[in-house]
Design a protein around this ligand. Structure first.
Ligand code: NOJ
Length: 544
């Protein structure tokens, strides 16, 4: 975000994603918590981000690491208390950081009082109508109501003792709420207000594209993969038109508050045109741009995704957002270190050869590309340290429900969720007090990748992110705006932004001679005289 901007902060903010279980452990139980986050606020301020997004911190049985919420207006005791949350919000604001929470409206936990009441009240009751209960098919209702599959593997329906079935698009312990029910709608508006009243600046909306199901719940005729975008525009439970009415209501709630409260939609949809529908005037302000994350390390494809995103979002007056990693996908150092870099790879083929040095080199270049593009950007905790996916977590330590529900065919997403290394040269690397076992084991190879080690190394990934975020804050061309492409040899991206800025990324195999008359502001790696080596990016001061 530029200091001089008069536009709302969310149009250009760099938002740091805190995966709370793995950020910092303040109470010494091996799991991250609010006290841990508070202790690291100076680190985030010095990094130079504008806001933090905290993954769900509500009371939860943790079947899906907090995305199974048992009480939307409480705090999970393992993470702290409401008083801790309030103190954290105030302190973050004191450090100049805004706070975005994660709201999970598609489903609750099966331990939520609403679901417990629905089970107790029985078929046909108003309590049951808060969820999606249906009689089964077959002579005795022994077959599920339709063919829908759960995103984590297996069927999307579970039968309860009285014979009805309930829908869960994710794990069995995550029953889908019925968004046709007006009480569900009013309750969520109250939940938003509860947190807005406590000063939060916005919400990331989990599975925003899933809330509305097609009337009659017809068969889908296909199975969905975990967090894969649907290719269809008429899918019976993804990206239905009805979701937009809900978000227009939510926008009205946010607009009652001062200070530009904002939303970001997690919506895995079929492309930028569908995504743009979520950020039309009067709806949500921003949405994650997963097409960028999924794009292969290929100049033409990246340029196509960038152009299509800017065009589609610009057409509705919304800013783009750029994201390379999050808690659901293989860390991009690892993605870019494999020959096939397309897609996000929760089921990455670990048999493909991995060149980590190449992955790091490309990740450095990708960071400069992302942070030079018009709009906002997301940084997933640990990407600023250059962490790779941990692919050798012992099977007995795996926690992601994907592991069980896939019948042990997919290891799931734990490899990008390993607790951060802060200091020292052995686990728990300052994440927890020495001697404490962290909830996922950390690798021995992280010794040189702690925040402490990297802060002392001018060539580290951390040093690169800090420098890039500093230039981004200060340079009048960066943040919101437009870009202009320049002609280059195949495999090279070169664009300029006014006033006086250009970014070049070399994805070709050969060195690229940089344009004349420039000053280097920042480079992702050493330059070769006046040439940009392969898999390297540079920011230049140029004449307009
Ligand atoms: C998307 C979240 O990012 C993911 O971690 C979670 O498992 C699903 N939604 C279900 O809530």
């Amino acid at each position: 975000m530029r200091a001089t901007d008069s536009a709302p902060w969310w149009r250009s903010a760099v938002i740091y994603q805190i995966y709370i279980r793995s950020f910092a452990d303040g109470n010494g139980d091996g799991v991250g918590d609010i006290a841990g986050i508070r202790s690291r606020l100076p680190y985030l301020r010095d990094l130079g981000v504008d806001a933090v997004w905290i993954t769900p911190w509500y009371p939860s049985p943790m079947v899906d690491a907090g995305y199974d919420v048992a009480d939307y207006t409480g705090i999970e005791p393992a993470f702290g208390t409401i008083a801790d949350a309030e103190a954290f919000i105030a302190e973050a604001h004191d450090h100049g950081l805004r706070v975005i929470l994660d709201i999970v409206p598609n489903h609750s936990s099966d331990r939520h009082a609403w679901f417990e009441a629905a089970l107790a009240a029985g078929p046909g009751s108003p309590e049951r109508d808060r969820y999606v209960f249906r009689p089964g098919k077959g002579e005795h209702g022994e077959l599920p109501p339709n063919d829908w599959r759960a995103a984590f593997g297996g069927g999307a329906w579970t039968r309860v003792p009285d014979g009805e079935w309930y829908l869960h698009l994710f794990a069995e312990a995550q029953p889908d709420l019925n968004w046709e029910n007006t009480e569900v709608r009013r309750d969520f508006e109250k939940i938003l207000a509860f947190w807005f009243d406590r000063g939060v600046d916005g919400f990331r909306i989990d599975v925003a594209h899933g809330l509305i199901k097609q009337e009659g719940l017809p068969d889908a005729g296909e199975s969905v993969d975990v967090l894969e975008p649907t290719k269809r525009e008429d899918h019976p439970h993804w990206d239905r038109d009805g979701v937009h009415e809900i978000f227009r209501e939510w926008r009205r709630v946010a607009d009652r508050y001062e200070g530009d409260r904002a939303f970001v939609a997690e919506a895995w949809v079929s492309g930028p045109a569908r995504l743009a529908r979520y950020v039309r005037p009067g709806e949500l302000q921003t949405a994650f741009n997963f097409d960028f994350l999924r794009a292969p390390w290929d100049a033409a494809r990246l340029r196509e995704v960038i152009d299509r995103s800017l065009d589609a979002l610009g057409a509705v007056g919304a800013p783009a957002t750029w994201v390379l990693s999050n808690h659901d996908v293989v860390r991009h150092v690892t993605r870019y270190g494999r020959p096939h870099t397309e897609g996000h790879g929760p089921r990455a083929d670990t048999s493909e050869p991995l060149d980590l040095a190449l992955g790091v080199r490309r990740a450095r270049a990708a960071a400069l590309l992302m942070l030079a593009l018009p709009g906002g950007a997301y940084v997933y905790q640990g990407e600023e340290l250059g962490l790779a996916e941990v692919e050798d977590i012992p099977e007995e330590s795996l926690q992601d429900p994907v592991w069980e529900r896939s019948g042990h065919t997919s290891r799931g997403r734990d490899g990008c969720r390993v607790p951060l290394p802060w200091s020292g040269d052995a686990p728990p690397y300052g994440f927890s007090p020495d001697g404490v076992t962290t909830w996922l084991p950390q690798p021995a190879s992280w010794t040189g990748l702690t925040a402490e080690a990297e802060a002392a190394d001018p060539d580290s990934m951390l040093a690169l992110y800090r420098a890039a975020l500093r230039v981004r804050r200060e340079h009048p061309a960066l943040g919101e705006g437009t870009l202009r492409w320049h002609e280059t040899p195949e495999g090279v991206l070169l664009f300029s932004r006014t006033p006086g800025f250009a970014c070049a990324v070399n994805l070709s195999g050969a060195p690229y001679p940089l344009p004349a008359h420039h000053e280097v502001l920042l480079a992702s790696g050493p330059l070769e005289g006046g040439a940009l080596p392969h898999d390297t990016a540079v920011w230049l001061a140029v004449d307009d």
